[in-house]
Design a protein around this ligand. Structure first.
Ligand code: URA
Length: 234
């Protein structure tokens, strides 16, 4: 059982005080009966809650796949920048957060959820979850770079990077690559190429563990995970 005002606040229907006011003003119905007590306990699994006649379904956990566009930061709040959460429209939980960070100019797969346990399982350093990136590099990427990445390289941290798999898709003045890493250090891909004297000019995350970016999602779009994606991820 959960307090009615918390139920509605969790589902991002307003601030706690706005919600209390709305309840006292008679805008909220529980099982089709107007209630005026914000502290009323409701059963989120069986009772029907409606605000201004519109049902608000309670979801304990939400999972979305987003194709993050460039120009927004992977944060829940930011005083200056647009955030990935600002791209969400309509009803959603208010405690969503992005799992891990992509740089402001990086695009691609971002999981957004309120499941802290799953986030920990995907991000904890000991878990070694594969993250696959596609990148365009200013410079000619060669097999020596691939060998160096496979050995682990010094990017200025205490430890070398873990062995990473570099696939060279095209090589020339500008190269295209796919890189699989198992860590998520700050600016890791960019710093790995910098350490080889090369610059990442475009970076897109394609997958994280079993979760693969849906090619139907355009940049800035998101959708709930399918049951199958969720099952594999968990
Ligand atoms: N590595 C980077 O350098 N940037 C990202 O956004 C993700 C991985």
């Amino acid at each position: 059982m959960i307090r009615l005002d918390k139920y509605l606040a969790d589902m991002d229907m307003g601030t706690r005080s706005e919600i209390k006011k709305a309840i006292r003003q008679g805008m909220v119905k529980v099982d089709d009966v107007t209630v005026k007590k914000p502290e009323l306990k409701v059963d989120a699994d069986t009772q029907k809650i409606a605000v201004n006649g519109k049902e608000v379904v309670y979801r304990r956990m939400e999972y979305y796949m987003m194709n993050k566009p460039a120009g927004v930061v992977s944060a829940t709040k930011d005083p200056k920048e647009k955030t990935v959460l600002g791209l969400f429209k309509g009803q959603r939980r208010k405690d969503l957060f992005p799992v891990g960070r992509l740089d402001k100019d990086t695009v691609g797969l971002l999981l957004v959820t309120n499941d802290g346990e799953l986030s920990h399982r995907l991000l904890a350093p000991g878990k070694h979850v594969d993250k696959i990136y596609y990148a365009k590099i200013d410079g000619e990427v060669n097999s020596e770079d691939a060998d160096a990445f496979a050995q682990g390289i010094d990017i200025g941290d205490e430890k070398l990077t873990l062995p990473a798999r570099l696939e060279i898709l095209t090589s020339g003045k500008e190269s295209e690559i796919r890189l699989t890493i198992q860590e998520g250090r700050f600016h890791q891909v960019k710093r790995m190429f910098e350490a080889r004297g090369k610059k990442v000019i475009y970076l897109r995350r394609e997958s994280m563990g079993t979760l693969v970016l849906d090619p139907q999602l355009r940049e800035g779009e998101y959708r709930p995970l399918t049951e199958e994606e969720l099952k594999k991820l968990c």
